[in-house]
Design a binder for this molecule. Structure first.
Ligand code: PLP
Length: 282
């Protein structure tokens, strides 16, 4: 996975260089996407490119490429890195300019993309589930923008890791928003709840797939946030992201969730999700 893309060129990663005046480096002024690739094909590329545009609009940054230009360059990068399963990462920053908080005029954005091996989802998550802890949502008020400024997320994820957990489930104003790097779902009496799309959560592409699958298969799903007490009494909890798919959380804050094993609603969703992936929906 040595080949990367930078500002119009494909080159080995160790030769790719960005200025120290890049606003991504100095100010965290950029947005990004992570796209899974299965058997050489980008999964849900349209959704990812639409969300990229929304993030760019959210920070008033120009998209350096059209969607077909993005598609071509990402497909070329996948091929250069040997096709198969990959995790694509792309990032756009506002570009190189003298350091100033105010947005510079007439600057060319920096466009970067790389690929890494897509780690298979550990079998243990599927058979036993994973642990999570609850933490206050310390992030900013624009979580719908997929910004590269991930220090709060990183601190939350680190705290989860140090507590022996996979993920931190975030509480804002008494309600569950999402995970530090995932969307969250709670199953109560057979109904799946996930927080609505607003500035408090990232509009996850996997979340869209989960909702589409639920609707197509008559699985009750409501885009409604649950309270912390509801979360703690849930029958099932799941988290989702592009690279981890849908993972059941079976231990929350050290206590078993429901029966303490991956629940029947998750089992059904996971089976349908695997089928959806096989069908290669783009
Ligand atoms: C905060 C946050 N929410 C949700 C997600 C899931 O988004 P997606 O399904 O598009 O990967 C991510 C992914 O990294 C994330 O960082």
């Amino acid at each position: 996975m040595d080949q990367v893309y930078l500002n119009g060129s494909f080159l080995p990663a160790q030769q790719a260089q960005v200025s120290v005046f890049d606003r991504g480096f100095l100010l965290g002024d950029g947005v990004y996407e992570v796209i899974p690739v299965y058997k050489g094909k980008c999964f849900q590329l349209t959704g990812h490119l639409e969300r990229l545009q929304a993030s760019l609009d959210g920070v008033r940054m120009k998209n350096p490429y059209s969607n077909s230009q993005w598609k071509n360059l990402l497909e070329e990068l996948v091929e250069l890195n040997g096709s198969g399963d990959q995790a694509l990462y792309l990032q756009v920053t506002r570009g190189v300019a003298p350091r100033d908080h105010v947005f510079p005029e007439g600057v060319t954005p920096t466009a970067f993309a790389m690929s890494s091996p897509l780690q298979a989802v550990p079998e243990k998550y599927k058979t036993e589930g994973a642990a999570a802890i609850t933490l206050p949502d310390i992030r900013w008020q624009n979580c719908n923008i997929k910004a590269i400024t991930l220090l709060p997320n990183s601190m939350l994820k680190q705290q989860a890791l140090e507590a022996g957990a996979l993920e931190a489930l975030l509480i804002r104003d008494g309600y569950l928003t999402e995970g530090a790097a995932s969307n969250a779902y709670v199953v109560i009496d057979g109904t799946i709840y996930t927080a609505p799309k607003d500035e408090k959560v990232l509009p996850g592409i996997t979340r869209e797939v989960v909702i589409e699958i639920a609707l197509a298969n008559n699985m009750p799903l409501l885009e409604e946030a649950v309270t912390e007490p509801q979360l703690k009494q849930a029958d099932e909890i799941w988290v989702s992201s592009s690279t981890k798919e849908v993972v059941p959380i079976t231990v929350l804050d050290g206590e078993p969730v429901g029966d303490g094993i991956p629940g029947p609603v998750w089992q059904r969703m996971d089976a349908l999700y695997q089928q959806y992936k096989q069908n290669g929906a783009v």
